[in-house]
Design a protein around this ligand. Structure first.
Ligand code: B12
Ligand code: SF4
Ligand code: SF4
Length: 387
């Protein structure tokens, strides 16, 4: 006689939901919650409105198809609920503790990496959620994991599941812990119980992030103008807007200013146990390495980041802007060599940024050979350095 199949669990019981959440916590997820799988109405309106107002610039992501990215049922047919998780990438001081012992002294020409990109935090987040999804599947339900993808607006589901409040800087802040968290979800056909009401606002009268954003990109409460946001501009393909090149400073990828100025994130983030994600370049990257390495090396080191068309030329572009911002003058031989190399580069986008960097570093004399350059972007840069 075959053993009787156990009856399917009653997923709508509070007990089952708590067992799933307990399992998720045991897998290292710092905060977990459950929300229903209804349409994300507010996010849908916001995505369309921001696109219409030009605030999303040329970003695709969730803006490409707002109907899809705000309908969990499109992600998983018959979706009933969403398990949402936050994984901390906090460190125990405000200044690169993630990387202590990791890299030693920063290189002399050092570019900065935003905290979420210093190590790979998405893989452990996804792996833990996959384990939870497996358990739900074993119990007879469908369950699919999404984290930083285009199918779901992560902050909106996290807010709805009670994981945090919307900061005026648009980040989701976890009560008692701040915003150094990456977010992910699993959408499932299991009818789990929603865990909580949305967390109450914790910003109060504070406006620090508005004042400290280097480009004025926070244009309203919780609203980012991507055309000004350095976190987008370092990813966006094309010519880096001239008006924001100085503000870029030494940032190679990401921008943390609106979180580093955020009192609850700075204060409470220290209370969250420090975590080092797997792999990743750490907090500091040698600008000369980015400018001299080949594609294979750059993809090996930075391939986990979002690089349009997986092309490392955008990193080289950012590095040229950084070089123009931080290289000491008069420039030394290695920097001179790099400038010369890029001023004669076959890629006109890189030539254009090299022209700018040379001008910034007081070496407009180097660009005189480019007067007849066939590329309009290069000629536009030449006009700016007065050549
Ligand atoms: C596109 C995108 C970006 C864009 C645009 C950011 C943005 N604000 O939309 C760019 C490239 C600029 C970016 C930057 C960053 N990002 Co990003 N990004 C995304 C992505 C792919 C989609 C976000 C989205 O759909 N935005 C749509 C708009 C409409 O949403 P929103 O701006 O949050 O608007 C909401 C609020 O206004 C809110 N709201 C409505 N009414 C009210 C009222 C009040 C009072 C308030 C305060 C809010 C509020 O409702 C709106 C709709 O939900 C998500 C991943 C995902 N799939 O969701 C990651 C994601 C949002 N990014 C993330 C991170 C870590 C960052 C950076 C910190 C990285 C860095 N260090 O450089 C910065 C932060 C910049 C910032 N201040 O927002 C995390 C956020 C984690 C968290 N704790 O919040 C996410 C969730 C990725 C992940 N899965 O972990 N990002
Ligand atoms: S990520 Fe940087 S540029 Fe973008 S809103 Fe925050 S502080 Fe401003
Ligand atoms: S800096 Fe102040 S206003 Fe901005 S998100 Fe943090 S607490 Fe809110």
């Amino acid at each position: 006689m075959r053993p009787a199949t156990p009856p399917p669990p009653d997923a709508s019981s509070a007990h089952y939901t708590e067992a799933i959440l307990e399992y998720a916590r045991s897998l290292g997820l710092d905060r977990v919650g459950v929300t229903h799988a209804g349409i994300l109405e507010r996010a849908r309106v916001a995505l369309v409105d921001r696109r219409e107002r030009g605030l999303s610039d040329t970003m695709g992501f969730t803006f490409r198809d707002p109907i899809r990215s705000t309908d969990p049922d499109r992600a998983v047919t018959g979706a009933q609920s969403i398990v949402v998780a936050a994984l901390s990438y906090s460190s125990d001081d405000t200044n690169d503790a993630n990387d202590r012992g990791d890299i030693g002294e920063p290189p002399p020409l050092s570019a900065r990496v935003a905290r979420y990109a210093r190590h790979d935090f998405y893989t452990p987040l996804r792996q833990s959620l996959q384990q939870v999804a497996l358990r739900l599947r074993r119990d007879g339900f469908r369950a699919v994991v999404f984290a930083d993808e285009n199918d779901l607006v992560d902050r909106e589901v996290a807010w709805r599941a009670g994981l945090g409040w919307w900061g005026k800087n648009a980040n989701l802040l976890v009560p008692g812990a701040g915003s150094w968290f990456v977010l992910g979800s699993l959408v499932t056909t299991a009818p789990l119980r929603a865990t909580a009401q949305p967390a109450p606002d914790g910003c109060g009268s504070c406006r620090r992030c508005f004042d400290d954003c280097p480009t004025g990109a926070i244009v309203d409460t919780g609203v980012i103008d991507a055309r000004r946001c350095l976190a987008w501009l370092v990813q966006k393909p094309g010519i880096f807007p001239r008006e924001f090149r100085s503000a870029l400073g030494d940032r190679l990828y990401g921008c943390d200013d609106c979180q580093e100025s955020c009192p609850p994130t700075v204060r409470l983030g220290r209370r969250v146990p420090a975590r080092t994600g797997s792999g990743g370049p750490g907090a500091h990257v040698d600008v000369m390495e980015v400018l001299t390495a080949d594609d294979a090396h750059l993809l090996d080191r930075f391939g986990r980041w979002y690089l349009a068309e997986r092309d490392p030329r955008w990193l080289r572009r950012n590095a040229l802007v950084i070089l123009g911002n931080i290289a000491p003058t008069p420039v030394d031989e290695p920097v001179l060599g790099v400038l010369r190399h890029y001023l004669s580069h076959r890629d006109p986008m890189l030539r254009a940024h090299a022209v700018w960097a040379a001008g910034q570093l007081g070496r407009a004399d180097l660009v005189s050979g480019l007067v007849d350059d066939p590329d309009p972007d290069v000629r536009a840069e030449l006009a700016e350095v007065g050549s």
